[in-house]
Ligand binder design. Structure first.
Ligand SMILES: [Zn+2]
Length: 250
């Protein structure tokens, strides 16, 4: 990657604009159109004014009562390649992260989540406020079995992992279709996880093209986030097998 582009953990701020023939994606405004080399020094230089693409990742402490997802190792933008190593967790109503891994059931307080491995997460689903109390209540009950059920010793990478904990929680939550889907690992994965990782995978792919080449020219179709997504070819494998969500230390 170019030396002036370091790995980022915040929104890189991908911009889309059009000067002549095609839509161009870059991190910052370019001095010249990469297609025709005309200088881009005023607003009227653009066929379509630059706009910023929505960033798909979130900071969990800003999203209470949510199901959250991250790569087991590293972060989505730089390290994620496929769903073989995803890690899933939950937030409480005050944004504390609760997760189950090889160290058992444990929490990351709100004031530490920015520096944790969760600082670039995806939201799988989030609750509306009337559900907060019930959500916390179910979590609290599960925490009481921290030393009997959700222990480090009971943990198994494939069969009793982060996903087991989250699905168990969702079943206990009794929240309509979400809890119904949580009865089955594959069903939940197909309905709630694959759509999120697929959308993010397209953004990641686009980001890496820009990171590696300074910009990306997308030939044809409209310049929307959806088009940007479509532009990003499937270099990021996103097919998720439900049993592939596993733990790992980092
Ligand atoms: Zn041009």
């Amino acid at each position: 990657m170019p030396s002036n582009m370091k790995a980022v953990f915040e929104d890189p701020g991908i911009i889309c604009f059009q000067h002549c023939k095609n839509k161009v994606f870059s991190i910052k405004l370019l001095a010249k159109c990469p297609e025709c080399q005309t200088e881009l020094n005023s607003d009227d230089a653009y066929k379509m004014m630059p706009f910023r693409l929505p960033y798909p990742f979130i900071k969990p402490h800003q999203h209470p009562c949510s199901i959250i997802l991250r790569p087991t190792h590293g972060d989505f933008l730089n390290d994620y390649f496929n769903a073989m190593n995803l890690h899933i967790g939950l937030t409480t109503s005050n944004g504390t992260i609760i997760e189950f891994d090889q160290w058992g059931l444990h929490k990351t307080p709100t004031n530490q989540s920015d520096t944790s491995h969760w600082s670039q997460s995806l939201i799988v689903e989030t609750m509306t406020e009337p559900w907060y109390e019930h959500w916390d209540d179910i979590l609290h009950k599960m925490e009481k079995t921290k030393d009997t059920k959700w222990t480090s010793a009971a943990y198994h990478e494939d069969t009793f992992n982060c996903y087991t904990f989250v699905l168990d929680f969702l079943q206990n939550l009794n929240y309509g279709t979400l809890s119904a889907a949580a009865q089955n690992r594959t069903t939940f994965c197909e309905r709630y996880i694959v759509p999120r990782t697929t959308a993010a995978g397209k953004y990641i792919s686009l980001y890496r093209k820009i990171r590696d080449h300074g910009f990306y020219i997308h030939t044809n179709s409209a310049c929307t986030a959806a088009a940007a997504a479509a532009a990003a070819t499937a270099t990021t494998a996103v097919a998720v097998a439900s049993n592939a969500i596993r733990e790992g230390s980092d």
